[in-house]
Design a protein around this ligand. Structure first.
Ligand code: ZN
Length: 189
């Protein structure tokens, strides 16, 4: 446990969100809890992470979520790890929400993007298809965001361009797309 690497998770505390202020100490090594000297509250090491209040070991959760991310069927994971299907699905949903928060916090910051490319791929699921639209900053290869929809329509392009907008400073910007008319309208908007 490293008290220098965490901040107080109590949002009402004046020290909330501030790292390396010396106010956090280890409250219990056995229970893996920290304590904040400013507000006096204790909190679990895993508070604010995907592992909070899970009873399964971290490394198993990481392996399962990695397999899901690479397209491994849920049923294969259920059989291989002896897990309940609902457990696997809840880890997937939790991880997705957490990744989205991290993305919005770290990537969706205004920057001089220069040039952005956007495109969609057709993803074949069991019994249906979805479209996944993604945008990348060319110079840094930073993925700015992705959106999923059952239809390749103006709504999909518009939500993707809104993500790009969250990442962009008000500077000249070259956007390269596949020529789909819906993009032009979304970009102008
Ligand atoms: Zn505190």
């Amino acid at each position: 446990m490293d008290p220098q690497a965490v901040f107080c998770s109590n949002q009402a505390c004046p020290a909330s969100g501030k790292i390396g202020q010396g106010n956090i100490g280890v409250h219990s090594l056995k229970e893996r809890r920290y304590k904040c000297d400013v507000c006096g509250k204790t909190f679990a090491e895993t508070k604010g992470t995907v592992f909070y209040r899970l009873r399964t070991a971290k490394d198993i959760v990481v392996v399962v979520v990695t397999l899901l991310a690479y397209g491994c069927p849920v049923q294969a994971i259920v059989m291989a790890f002896g897990l309940d299907e609902r457990t696997v699905l809840s880890w997937q949903s939790r991880s997705g929400k957490h990744c989205q928060q991290v993305h919005e916090h770290m990537v969706e910051q205004p920057r001089d993007l220069g040039q952005v490319q956007a495109d969609e791929i057709r993803v074949k699921m069991q019994g249906f298809i979805v479209w996944m639209a993604m945008a990348i900053q060319v110079q840094t290869r930073l993925w700015l965001g992705g959106e999923i929809s059952q239809h390749r329509d103006k709504h999909l392009m518009r939500t993707l361009m809104q993500r790009v907008r969250h990442c962009a400073l008000c500077r000249p910007l070259l956007l390269c797309v596949d020529g789909c008319q819906a993009y032009i309208d979304a970009i102008r908007n």
